[in-house]
Write a protein of this length. Sequence first.
Length: 272
Amino acid sequence: MPQMPLPKYHQVYLVLREQLDEGRFSDGVPGELALMAQFGVARVTVRRALERLSSEGLISRTPGRRTRLVVPAAAPATNGTGGSGGHAGAPGMARANLRGLLENLVTMGLHTSVKVIEVATITASTQVAEALQLKLGDPVQKAVRVRSTGAGPLSHITTYVPAEIARKFGRRELAKKPILMLLEESGVRVGRAHQTISARLADNVLAERLDVAVGTALLAVRRLIYDDAERPVQWLHGFYRPDRYTYELELSRVGSVDAKVWVSKDLSAQFT
């Protein structure tokens, strides 16, 4: 039986909830008219979505005042194990095989085309500064690219690189080569990476650039690259169409009979 499409208000609600979780509206949620234009829906649809968010305690709506994000109380600290940069141990986190990753990127580059949307030097936000171990406001290169196959758009990639490292490449180079290759050509000795793989619903920008409907499920990848001196050199946010991209792993059991664990080996990233 074919799956029934989600009501429009629920699609808007889901996208807004993800954007709230990402801290996109720290200065206040856009007004109803702005959201109507963003999602191409009627006012009643936006209001139902906002009412749902309000009923869940995620936003505060007061007549005549701007809708505000409700900041949850800080969760108590736990004694769980952690890793470099505070990322290891998080759900969906994997230590990436850089050799296999670079090989996959080169293969992908030979069979796909890339469109550079934006390349600019910006000041590091709180999240970017924390990830790259920089000071708030330090200069970083932000690059946004859309990679496509013959079937159409495949991925939407945003990368952040410390400005001192990114001085040797810009829009022209990013249109021709994977950024990992450009980092190595710039003298960076790539050491390791941590990445998360999760799901994300397409907002209006991602939907337009990846040629999908707003609210479509995407494969979301966040990857933090370190050099061989354990310095973060690149933070990547990637969104992939799951109908055109598959990430493949091979799992092997190691250890004694009473203490076997699964160890992953990156095989390939398949795309169509």
